[in-house]
Design a protein around this ligand. Structure first.
Ligand SMILES: *[C@@H]1O[C@H](CO)[C@@H](O)[C@H](O)[C@H]1NC(C)=O
Ligand SMILES: *[C@@H]1O[C@H](CO)[C@@H](O)[C@H](O)[C@H]1NC(C)=O
Ligand SMILES: *[C@@H]1O[C@H](CO)[C@@H](O)[C@H](O)[C@H]1NC(C)=O
Ligand SMILES: *[C@@H]1O[C@H](CO)[C@@H](O)[C@H](O)[C@H]1NC(C)=O
Ligand SMILES: *[C@@H]1O[C@H](CO)[C@@H](O)[C@H](O)[C@H]1NC(C)=O
Ligand SMILES: *[C@@H]1O[C@H](CO)[C@@H](O)[C@H](O)[C@H]1NC(C)=O
Ligand SMILES: *[C@@H]1O[C@H](CO)[C@@H](O)[C@H](O)[C@H]1NC(C)=O
Ligand SMILES: *[C@@H]1O[C@H](CO)[C@@H](O)[C@H](O)[C@H]1NC(C)=O
Ligand SMILES: *[C@@H]1O[C@H](CO)[C@@H](O)[C@H](O)[C@H]1NC(C)=O
Ligand SMILES: *[C@@H]1O[C@H](CO)[C@@H](O)[C@H](O)[C@H]1NC(C)=O
Ligand SMILES: *[C@@H]1O[C@H](CO)[C@@H](O)[C@H](O)[C@H]1NC(C)=O
Ligand SMILES: *[C@@H]1O[C@H](CO)[C@@H](O)[C@H](O)[C@H]1NC(C)=O
Length: 383
């Protein structure tokens, strides 16, 4: 096996007394030995890293990686697609040098570009994003299916950037349906299926913003939408999608007062209303769940269904709930529309790679075997 200790060209070029990435990682070997061993087996990738300036590397601790390896869901994913390991690693590398001081309060998340730009896993231009923000006196990251990771030790500077040690492995954002399901947005899934657009918005698509009404939002207009033809429903749902642009919450706040053309049915107006916290509205609907990252963009959850025949609907920001944007609509006697037969979050375990202690023994053996197979990181087996 080749050594990781190659001459870092970037450092040589800079010619200053510099700490190499190797030295930084080795200095933290007590907590990073699994990652270090894996990188040793990925010579080409590691060479690219040390020769690319201006990066931030999130280094999952040994405990973080062991937690992931104990997850049955991850084991199955890895078995089905060994190439995902490289994508996961690249999702942990930011384009740019971000010290922990670059992230401020919870109200000001940054959607950082990563090196994960493989179209098999994401079509977000500039690389799939990680949400970063200051939290509880430290820095926290949110990834796919709202998986959280916190910085344990930070700002290990090297010639090409900086390294932060994190306590959980980031999850590559899943596809649209899996992400909606994990958030219990079952009416949205059912509506997309009824309208016949679940596939066109699913994998294979360009980057998107999807404004997904909550189950309560669909319920409030159930008497109307449950009766719609597939074509009418498709027009309504298309009024919830921005094609070609991924609008994270910071962009929506910055778009205060401006309008955005939707895939179908004209444009919407964004509003940011400051009342201690900044509330965000799309027409009259309030954004009640922010920034669910999925493979091709982001989902913003609304408390109401948008009406393409009511593009001037405006919110009453003082009210806790907004009036439905469809006059004459009511709940439907049949309960939340479109949810029949649509599984909720518990059905998949899509809520994440949360390791369960009881499942540990068999899953872990399987996962380690696979890691040894794909990574050539035989050392992992000895844990
Ligand atoms: C890092 O730790 C692992 C496991 O304890 C050990 O096998 C390896 O030799 C260490 N590497 C360095 C550079 O200290
Ligand atoms: C993208 O991912 C696929 C599946 O893991 C892999 O086969 C392919 O080599 C990757 N492409 C690049 C450019 O890394
Ligand atoms: C980082 O982003 C810039 C664009 O701002 C791009 O030119 C560069 O290739 C990216 N770096 C990497 C390593 O992907
Ligand atoms: C480093 O990357 C950040 C984010 O992509 C960019 O804003 C900055 O200009 C880059 N700095 C250098 C020196 O390339
Ligand atoms: C991090 O913060 C410093 C100081 O404010 C700033 O100069 C730098 O551009 C920031 N880095 C990035 C990647 O935004
Ligand atoms: C890394 O560099 C940043 C920016 O210069 C600095 O704030 C931080 O203290 C450095 N980290 C260490 C451990 O010296
Ligand atoms: C979305 O992801 C789930 C879970 O990985 C998978 O079962 C499903 O087939 C995917 N759907 C599409 C349309 O790719
Ligand atoms: C999902 O939403 C439904 C309402 O449509 C609710 O009854 C159920 O309790 C929710 N499930 C979870 C796990 O939140
Ligand atoms: C990204 O777009 C390409 C080309 O349209 C497509 O083949 C691929 O499946 C898409 N990737 C995802 C994750 O949707
Ligand atoms: C949004 O724009 C309106 C109208 O210009 C303004 O009154 C309001 O303060 C802005 N909201 C924020 C959060 O700045
Ligand atoms: C438009 O939406 C408002 C709520 O913002 C609602 O009061 C009104 O009835 C709606 N108009 C139509 C024509 O649906
Ligand atoms: C709305 O529906 C509820 C029960 O679903 C019913 O009690 C109520 O009378 C309905 N209101 C109107 C205006 O139809």
């Amino acid at each position: 096996m080749l050594s990781r200790h190659l001459l870092p060209l970037a450092a040589a070029a800079v010619g200053i007394s510099a700490t190499t990435l190797d030295a930084v990682l080795d200095s933290q070997n007590a907590t990073l030995s699994i990652l270090n061993n894996y990188l040793t087996s990925q010579q080409e990738l590691f060479n690219t890293l040390i020769n690319t300036p201006n990066l931030t590397i999130l280094a999952p601790s040994n405990d973080a990686i062991n937690g992931l390896l104990a997850s049955e869901a991850f084991s199955a994913q890895l078995q089905a697609d060994p190439g995902i390991l490289t994508a996961i690693l690249k999702y942990h590398i930011f384009n740019g040098t971000y010290y922990t001081s670059n992230f401020t309060g919870a109200a000001a998340p940054v959607f950082v570009r990563t090196l994960m730009d493989n179209a098999t896993y994401s079509n977000v231009t500039g690389g799939q994003r990680v949400e970063a923000r200051a939290q509880d006196g430290g820095v926290a990251f949110t990834s796919g299916l709202r998986e959280e990771a916190a910085v344990r030790t930070s700002n290990f500077n090297y010639t090409g950037g900086t390294v932060h040690v994190i306590d959980s492995v980031l999850a590559i954002p899943a596809n649209l349906t899996a992400t909606l399901q994990a958030a219990n947005l079952t009416a949205a899934i059912g509506a997309l299926r009824r309208a016949g657009v679940a596939d066109s918005l699913g994998s294979g698509s360009e980057q998107l913003t999807v404004f997904a009404p909550s189950n309560g939002g669909f319920n409030a207009v159930g008497s109307l939408v449950a009766q719609m033809t597939a074509a009418d429903l498709e027009r309504v749902l298309g009024y919830h999608v921005v094609r070609g642009r991924v609008m994270y919450s910071d962009l929506i706040a910055a778009a205060n007062g401006s309008r955005q053309a939707m895939q179908r049915g004209g444009d919407v107006e964004f509003r940011a209303v400051s009342d201690g916290e900044v509330a965000l509205f799309v027409n009259s609907a309030r954004v009640v769940g922010r920034d669910l990252l999925f493979d091709n963009g982001v989902i913003q959850v609304l408390d109401n269904v948008l009406n393409p025949a009511n593009t001037s609907a405006a919110p009453n920001p003082a009210a806790a709930t907004q009036a439905p944007a469809f006059s004459g609509a009511n709940t439907s006697a049949g309960g939340v529309p479109f949810t029949s037969g649509v599984p909720g979050p518990s059905a998949t375990g899509a809520g994440g790679a949360a390791p369960t202690a009881t499942a540990a023994a068999p899953a872990r053996t399987a996962a380690l075997g696979v890691v040894a197979l794909v990574g050539g990181a035989a050392v992992l087996v000895n844990l």
